[in-house]
Design a binder for this molecule. Structure first.
Ligand code: 6R9
Length: 679
């Protein structure tokens, strides 16, 4: 079966088109303390200062040896930043803070159960734990620089410890979001060629102690099916010494990480000075084909970029208590829970559980108790907190100076609640548009210098020059109200280095579309295609409309339509499947699955349930469809391609567009009646 739309499905077709909003300014108190208050910074990062301007970000780090070339463009679009430089990411996030701040909290970990004690991990303690784990990885697992290791860890301190231990050794880590299924994890293990998996027996989520170890066994089995053997599974225990899983440990393969670590007590491992372009980690994301993309991020460029953007956009100072309420298994957590904040030596809060458990006051209690003053989260969480506890924030005595949002467009209505109620009218709000591929922020506002505008992410970030192109590559001018594809005209240090093992896909997906001359070694000819629709207002601010490719963004998680559809096809009765996005009040977008059955099979709720279960198993609960519709047939082109665009139109009660090229236009009405009866 081929599934491909003739016209790519565009989320912007169903995006809510809100009107242009007025500006908001931060308080003089905020401006007085901000890291970037001198407008000269914008000049320092102007286009005629590119790429040298980014030395300012790199100077925030400690280098073992300096670079000789700031940007090497000799092999486009495989850009290399800070060539010749060497540094260690772990040293920059941990060791260099010891002299002045050894007993300052690096992480404060808040377990989900409210009666469990909060754990403070000082920089000294973090240094000790990272060194011990690095010794274990090197000696017990035999890992060397350049090897890959997969983590399937929840929001526990063991996760950043393990990441930093890898960084110390030059081992490439690949964390798979804990909520993803064992099968999804197995696929990523195989793709990255990891032979070591680090996991945990259980963790708390929404009041349940979730058995997580079972997923490790599925992951190892799936990896083996795809040709990758895992010979070591390190299992942390959520409660050391007490195993909280019903799944047996496998002899010779599995070991309790907390037991093995005891053998490395007090061990110190020297940080390995890595070339700036050595890969630091892989972060998998969804694309338009079933195979996930392992986005490969560099050590020097990435770290410099997240340090710089954390300083100027998140306005992080070393004395802040910063809380990014997201999962480390998402790029946001890598960049803005671990690497960015720690490179600046601040205190970063980690929370294990759901923001609304046991009630929508939980986040505000945490903020009050820990004195959090910078808060970062996603629109989906904001919408949920607003729905469940619109008046909760006023009941707690916390004060944010700064708040950020990331992951999806935020509706102006929701923005205003965030600003007025969560931020108590005192906090600057910064919308940050970016992607797994981009390492850090692309579009945002410098909080003390550029006013906020609800519903717009802002102009290009420092040293980032976005442009909107139409399908033919003509520039869509600002202020025309016309939407197009947002691209970045220049490379920047945080941009990913490639897709692990798929160099052609990297070039095809991100650079082919608008490349002016494939022979050219000039970066001007290689704009980066982000895959988002956008409009630019005449003030230069961008409004992001959503994905233009076959990716559905559910609560900030990117789900590939192909992945969802292949999961459905594991159900015996299902002949064809199509995944479409629908507008959802809380999650922004939700998935609806349309399936048709093999001949002779009868539609039933049992089959609908089987489809949901298959998606849980293959991808994870996050992807569970809002609805499964069993239909008689799919709208198809004459070449047999399923027209998701048409189904999405029906599902959202929107215009389905031109159906004249369909081979079977009559099914459009069939499906429409089916949906209208039910919705
Ligand atoms: C960091 C992250 C990337 C996609 C991106 C876009 C959407 C992210 C946004 C936003 C509007 C924002 N997106 N931030 N849309 N405003 N502030 O989210 O990475 O998971 O790779 O998703 O998310 O569609 O292309 P990732």
């Amino acid at each position: 079966m081929t599934i491909e739309d003739e016209v790519p499905l565009s989320e912007s077709q169903i995006a809510v088109h809100w009107r242009e909003e007025g500006y908001f300014s931060p308080s003089p108190k905020f401006i007085g303390q901000a890291n970037a208050t001198d407008p000269a910074i914008v000049e320092r990062f102007a286009e005629d200062r590119f790429p040298g301007c980014f030395a300012e970000y790199a100077e925030l780090l400690t280098w073992d040896s300096y670079w000789h070339t700031i940007l090497d463009t000799s092999n486009p679009p495989f850009w290399q930043w800070f060539v010749g430089g060497r540094l260690n990411a772990c040293y920059n996030c941990v060791d260099r803070h010891l002299a002045a701040d050894r007993n300052k909290a690096a992480f404060i970990w808040v377990p989900e159960p409210e009666d469990e004690a909060t754990v403070v991990i000082t920089y000294q303690e973090l240094h000790r734990r990272v060194n011990e784990f690095a010794a274990l990885l090197r000696e017990d697992c035999g890992l060397e620089p350049g090897d890959r290791v997969t983590f399937h860890l929840p929001m526990v301190p063991e996760l950043p410890v393990a990441m930093l231990a890898c960084a110390r050794l030059g081992v490439i880590h690949s964390e798979v979001f804990g909520g993803f299924s064992g099968a999804a994890c197995g696929g990523r293990i195989a793709d990255s060629g990891s032979r070591v998996l680090v996991t945990m027996d259980a963790y708390h989520r929404n009041g349940q102690l979730v058995d997580h170890k079972a997923k490790a066994d599925e992951a190892v089995a799936e990896a083996a099916r795809q040709g990758q053997e895992v010979d070591r599974v390190l299992v942390f225990r959520r409660y050391p010494g007490r195993y909280s899983s019903a799944t047996p440990m496998v002899d010779g393969r599995d070991a309790f990480a907390d037991d093995v670590l005891a053998r490395y007590r007090g061990r110190v491992v020297e940080p390995v000075p890595m070339p700036a372009d050595a890969p630091l980690f892989l972060m998998y994301t969804s694309g338009t084909t079933g195979r996930p993309k392992g986005c490969q991020h560099s050590t020097g460029g990435y770290l410099a970029y997240v340090a710089g953007t954390s300083k100027y956009y998140q306005d992080i100072h070393p004395e802040d208590t910063y809380w990014c309420c997201a999962d480390i298994g998402w790029i946001t957590g890598h960049s803005y829970i671990v690497y960015g904040p720690l490179s600046l030596g601040t205190t970063s809060v980690l929370y294990e559980g759901a923001p609304t458990y046991p009630d929508p006051g939980r986040c505000w209690r945490i903020a009050e108790r820990l004195g959090v003053n910078i808060f970062h989260t996603a629109p989906t969480t904001i919408r949920m907190l607003r729905k469940l506890g619109p008046d909760e924030p006023a009941r707690y005595d916390y004060h944010f100076k700064h708040m950020t949002t990331v992951g999806e467009p935020i509706e102006p209505e929701v923005w205003r609640w965030y600003h007025r109620v969560v931020g108590k009218g005192e906090a600057a709000v910064v919308d940050t548009w970016w992607q797994t591929e981009t390492g850090g922020f692309l579009g945002s506002t410098l909080p003390a210098l550029q006013p906020m505008k609800p519903g717009s992410c802002g102009p290009g970030a420092l040293g980032i020059f976005p442009v909107i192109y139409d399908e033919e590559g003509n520039t869509v001018e600002a202020g025309t109200g016309r939407a197009g594809n947002i691209c970045i005209r220049n490379p920047w240090p945080g941009v990913f280095q490639g897709i692990w093992g798929q160099p052609e896909r990297f070039v095809d997906t991100y650079y082919r579309k608008y490349c002016r001359n494939p022979q050219s070694k000039d970066w001007h000819d290689w704009p980066y295609f982000a895959g988002d629709g956008a409009v630019q207002a005449d003030d230069g601010y961008f409004r992001i409309l959503g994905r233009v490719d076959d990716v559905i963004n559910v609560a900030g998680h990117r789900l590939g339509t192909k992945e969802l559809e292949s999961a459905c096809l594991t159900v015996d009765e299902v002949a064809e499947a199509a995944a479409v996005p629908v507008v959802d009040e809380e999650r922004g977008r939700a998935v609806e699955m349309y399936v048709s059955l093999k001949p002779g099979r009868q539609a039933s709720t049992e089959i609908e349930n089987k489809v949901s279960v298959a998606i849980d198993r293959e991808i994870g609960k996050i992807a569970r469809p809002k609805h499964v519709w069993i239909v008689s047939d799919m709208p198809k082109t004459r070449s047999g391609k399923i027209m998701r665009r048409v189904i999405a139109g029906i599902s959202n009660f929107a215009d389905v567009g031109d159906v004249s090229t369909l081979a079977n236009p009559e099914v459009v009405d069939d499906i429409r009646h089916r949906i209208q009866r039910a919705k």
